[in-house]
Design a protein around this ligand. Structure first.
Ligand code: SF4
Length: 433
């Protein structure tokens, strides 16, 4: 590979890899939602989430942790560049492992128990997956006589046939590296998860975005590893295409364009004229989402159950079910105040949950809004005169939206979140001013 080609390949990887991985991430979330009979978020939701995170307040638990995070991103990019310019697989794996270790060190540097447990878990996963990646590299060497990606790519032999066991082993450990269930605890962006975020617990806003970008680079690099097994098929196809020049097929092109338009319609909600054809249908109504800012397209909610009877909590969780499917609006029920934009509280505040509510509120990065869900959260409700009850949520922290009801219906909760989004954007504008 010439120097110019290498520079182009490196630049292409740096620019295109996050876009490709973001789209794959969006498709993954849509497929997961469809398997649960939900509509799921738009295809571009991972990008909305990412841009939202960059607009959040920067909170540093420990500055050295952020330095380690930048190292994680840097070495992951170096690993990808080395791979895509056809470099040495051992250097690729070394840089990748170094980046992952820096990520783990960043989580340890935060010093919190949850972050440390998440870091230890990540370290165990790393020790489980790295040997298989090294075995894969050695397998390529045995089959092709080289560790250089460019020479492995040039091999006419189909490596999946020569190394079936290595392929199966690699696919198995990629569930760890690509953070598929059950290894997605710390980084899952599915609406139904409501658990602590492990290694990412202490990172928020732009720093959480850096972790996401590094993970996207890692995804594309590992998919490149898988491609090595099938490269011979592409070579053979190119060879056949070179031997026989096919005539242009305008009808085939039209059909392909129609299929692409259908895909866009399904996943993004873009209705192109080409797909609508010459029907007399009215143009589709503009999606409300098109007019929304990026901040409003990615509301991450932290649900806290104060001293409630759990009636309202059940209704909050009902919002995640296929009937209401709030993830289609980009809403995620996160389990971490540092990742949340909206604090949704059910039940009144008593002496026991008072310090917890205050701490959660203080840990959330700005801009943030609070929704009091249910008459208990609004005024204390039927528990108002109990011996240890302070009253509604506004006796402890400022409340932006009140959603009365006993129990509150899911439609009212979603309506409250929509109102909270307008306030969230207003607070963001004030923050920037
Ligand atoms: S408002 Fe009603 S349903 Fe909700 S927590 Fe209070 S008593 Fe329970």
């Amino acid at each position: 590979m010439s120097t110019t080609t290498s520079i182009i390949a490196a630049a292409l990887f740096i620019v295109a890899a996050p876009i490709l991985a973001g789209l794959l991430n969006g498709m993954d979330r849509i497929v997961s939602a469809r398997m649960q009979s939900r509509i799921g978020p738009p295809l571009l939701q991972p990008f909305y989430d990412l841009f939202k995170l960059f607009q959040k307040e920067r909170i540093a638990v420990n500055k050295s942790g952020h330095f380690f995070l930048l190292g994680y991103l840097l070495f992951t990019v170096i690993a990808g560049v080395e791979f895509f310019i056809g470099g040495d697989l051992l250097i690729v794996l070394f840089a990748l492992a170094l980046g992952s270790v820096l990520f783990v060190l960043g989580a340890f540097a935060a010093g919190s128990p949850f972050s440390s447990i998440g870091a230890e878990r990540e370290l165990i996963q790393l020790m489980a997956s790295e040997p298989m990646l090294l075995i894969a590299a050695m397998g390529f060497y045995v089959a092709t006589g080289s560790f250089q990606a460019r020479e492995i790519l040039a091999q006419p032999a189909l490596l999946i046939v020569l190394l079936p066991g290595v392929f199966v082993g690699l696919v198995y450990v990629l569930t760890i590296k690509l953070r598929k269930s059950p290894f997605d605890l710390a980084t899952s962006h599915h609406a139904h998860q409501e658990i602590i975020k492990g290694i990412t617990t202490e990172f928020s806003g732009p720093y959480l975005a850096i972790i996401e970008i590094a993970h996207w680079y890692e995804t594309v690099l590992l998919l490149g590893f898988l491609y090595l097994f099938f490269r011979a098929l592409a070579l053979a196809r190119r060879h056949r295409a070179g031997a026989r020049v096919l005539p242009r097929n305008p009808r085939g092109q039209h059909e392909r364009a129609a299929v692409l338009a259908m895909g866009a319609s399904l996943f993004v909600g873009i209705h192109t004229d080409r797909w609508r054809g010459k029907s007399d249908c009215d143009p589709p109504p503009a999606r409300e989402g098109c007019a929304m800012s990026l901040l409003k397209k990615s509301p991450w909610i932290l649900h806290y159950d104060g001293a409630s009877c759990n009636g309202c909590d059940i209704e909050v969780l009902a919002c995640l079910t296929p009937r209401y499917d709030v993830e289609r609006l980009g809403i995620i029920n996160t389990g971490n105040p540092k990742h949340a934009d909206i604090l949704l509280i059910t039940g009144n505040i008593n002496e026991q949950c008072l310090p917890v509510v205050k701490t959660i509120y203080e840990q959330m990065p700005n801009p943030k809004v609070v929704i009091a869900v249910g008459i208990c959260a609004t005024s204390g409700g039927i528990f108002r005169d109990c011996y240890n009850t302070r009253g509604g949520v506004d006796t402890t922290i400022p409340v932006d939206v009140y959603v009365p009801g006993c129990a509150v219906r899911p439609e009212a909760i979603i309506d409250g979140v929509v109102q909270a989004l307008a306030i969230l954007e207003q607070k963001h504008a004030e923050m920037k001013a």
